[in-house]
Design a protein. Structure first.
Length: 277
């Protein structure tokens, strides 16, 4: 009697040990799969960003004075009717002397310039000029009177956390927390920021178009502007991670939804486990 029981206990101990080993090996498989996925991801992404960097380097033109001359031609053809033959301004538009390369990048890369006559606020449009042409226009205007200029290098090379905090204190009052824009007075508006490239975001801060304030390097340092630029691009690129955006009403309402859904799922799981045993 006693011997039979001990032998029964022996087999059940063996069984649980076997089950545990099986479970451990299935954890091992999951871990290995995750590691493999991570490796594939890294391999696929790393060369891409390297290629992008090389492309950017190639885009930098070799000869500066040639660029200024090309810019002058583009300017005479596309801009001088409103801004004057010598950038002095006229009936159609303000003088561009001293506005700086940054203002040109902002206005032309966001498609606001060249303007269609007779609008309250120059709307964003599909840009008319290529990046090289924009840089040439900018170099020409920079060469005549100077002014703010985009810094060299990666404009999104900043701290994301810092960028978020600075965005909420400096920009969200007009552009909304999610950068989705908002109405201002007299039919004017602060636009949505999603379509703005890093160059447009950075130059917007230097240039201060329409009723937007101008942020000199004394107000927001280069490092801080880069952090904000990174954050704005992050908002635009991240889209809505994890499905629906829930209207982006903020952490409280979104947290509530997650809580309700999560608790329901947990209770369901508990009931299911209870019913099985
Ligand atoms: C149809 C007329 C018109 C044309 C063409 C035009 N602009 Fe403008 N531009 C304006 C007006 C008007 C403003 C000021 C109103 C505004 O900013 O919305 C302006 C503003 C600007 C500003 C901002 C100046 C400042 O002091 O803030 C820049 C930079 C600029 N234009 C560059 C250009 C360039 C470069 C071109 C050619 C590619 C161009 N514009 C073509 C009418 C024009
Ligand atoms: C007082 C309100 C106000 C504040 C504060 C403000 N902006 Fe703006 N912003 C505007 C307005 C108005 C425009 C549109 C200008 C135009 O149409 O020429 C604009 C345009 C822009 C654009 C261009 C978007 C496009 O269509 O390409 C960017 C990018 C931008 N702002 C970024 C910022 C950032 C970053 C900050 C904070 C550092 C900021 N803004 C703070 C009012 C504001």
């Amino acid at each position: 009697m006693t011997t039979r029981r001990t032998s029964e206990q022996g087999t059940s101990v063996q069984k649980t040990a076997l089950r545990r080993r099986k479970r451990a090996s299935s954890y091992g498989v999951v871990l290995m799969a995750l590691a493999a996925l991570g490796a594939v991801y890294a391999v696929l992404l790393a060369p891409q960003s390297l290629a992008q960097e090389q492309e950017q380097e190639q885009q930098e033109p070799a000869n500066q004075s040639m660029q200024v001359e090309e810019g002058r031609q583009l300017y005479l053809n596309g801009c001088s009717t409103c801004h004057g033959l010598d950038l002095q301004g006229g009936a159609g538009g303000p003088s561009l002397i001293g506005v700086g390369a940054s203002a040109v990048v902002f206005q032309v890369e966001s498609g606001r310039m060249p303007l269609h006559a007779g609008v309250q606020q120059a709307p964003r449009k599909k840009p008319r000029y290529s990046i090289e042409e924009i840089d040439a226009l900018a170099a020409y205007i920079q060469a005549n009177g100077g002014g703010p200029q985009l810094p060299e290098g990666d404009l999104t090379d900043g701290d994301l956390q810092l960028g978020g905090a600075l965005f909420r204190t400096n920009c969200a009052s007009c552009h909304n927390f999610a950068g989705s824009g908002g109405a201002l007075t007299y039919g004017k508006y602060a636009p949505e920021l999603t379509p703005a490239s890093a160059r447009v975001v950075y130059s917007a801060m230097q240039h201060g178009p329409e009723s937007m304030p101008r942020y000199s390097d004394a107000q927001l340092t280069e490092e801080e502007k880069k952090a904000i630029t990174r954050y704005v691009r992050f908002l635009a690129e991240s889209g809505d991670v994890g499905g629906a955006d829930l209207g982006r009403y903020g952490p409280i309402s979104e947290g509530l939804v997650v809580w309700v859904v999560g608790i329901t799922a947990l209770v369901g799981l508990t009931l299911w486990i209870g019913a099985r045993s």
